[in-house]
Design a binder for this molecule. Sequence first.
Ligand code: ADP
Length: 331
Amino acid sequence: EGSELNLPQVPRPNVTKRSNSLPSTSPADEDSVVIEEKRRRVNGEGYTLHRYLRGRLLGKGGFAKVYLCTALDTNKAYAIKIVPKANLTKARARQKLQAEIKIHRTLKHKNVCEYKHFFEDRENCYILLELCHNQSMNEMIKRRKRLTEPEVRYFMNQLLESIKYLHDQLVIHRDLKLGNLFLDKHLNIKVGDLGLATKLESADEKRKTICGTPNYIAPEVIQGDRATRGHSFEVDIWSMGVIMFTCLVGKPPYEAKDVKATYQRILANEYKFPIDVPISNDAKDLIYCMLQSKPSDRPTLKEIGNHPFFTANSIPVALPSNATHVAPKTD
Ligand code: ADP
């Protein structure tokens, strides 16, 4: 049958309810199911069968649910993003997923959540991803309220590495936010959700589509054509500024009662550092530089890396695993 996604075609695999013979370890995987993939052999002759045990729900997105999953061939753990085809009836939604996969599958970097494999059956599309055990920085900030400067240096340095890589590949992420910065078991940042990413043909191409998440969206994206001739790599630098502010302060800089008010604050570039949170001048200056209304006024990634916030202080090489829940002891 016709898969409307222009992706590797596989015949309809069977999704089977878990049989009683499979091990049950916790009540959480009570509703586990085995997902079967019939993968066409490389030589085109016949298929190999691959089975995945779907475990607990890791998170929900706009179109997809993401579950823990074990490949039963290898016993390796992954995250599996399941997109019901019922959510892909509109051509735009299909194109979006197609674009996401097309970009994501070409990327490989230690701070980008790795794309592993795609397959589909009649009901769903399945994207196998590198498993990130520690949710996202959004949950971390909710629990911790805010992070210390050395922690922010650690995370911003990893974010910088990942964005350098993406921009080198001419990929603009366009939806950088705490909820898309996943954390692996060693608390390494893995940038994920390339659903709004775009790959330019050349570095001077501009994009016009409005996208992004209200709190983190750059002013030139809100304004569309009026002020600039489209947007480019600088939108990610803006979002890095919003991310850094949010990590240090505990809430995003342009937060307001609704989206309209947030956009107004972004366009007026209205944000303040709270007086009751101690933040170094280096940190404030770097945020100030990244949150420049005019895209060309924002620093390059190289300039960010050379900013005193990074160079005048040492960058932690690792964080203790309990950093997701508790602030480090100060001595
Ligand atoms: P959408 O594109 O529909 O917004 P996301 O890619 O943001 O979906 O994934 C939704 C949620 O699933 C995330 O917020 C996160 O909690 C979880 N998630 C996504 N990818 C992974 C992963 N590789 N490892 C662990 N959890 C993940």
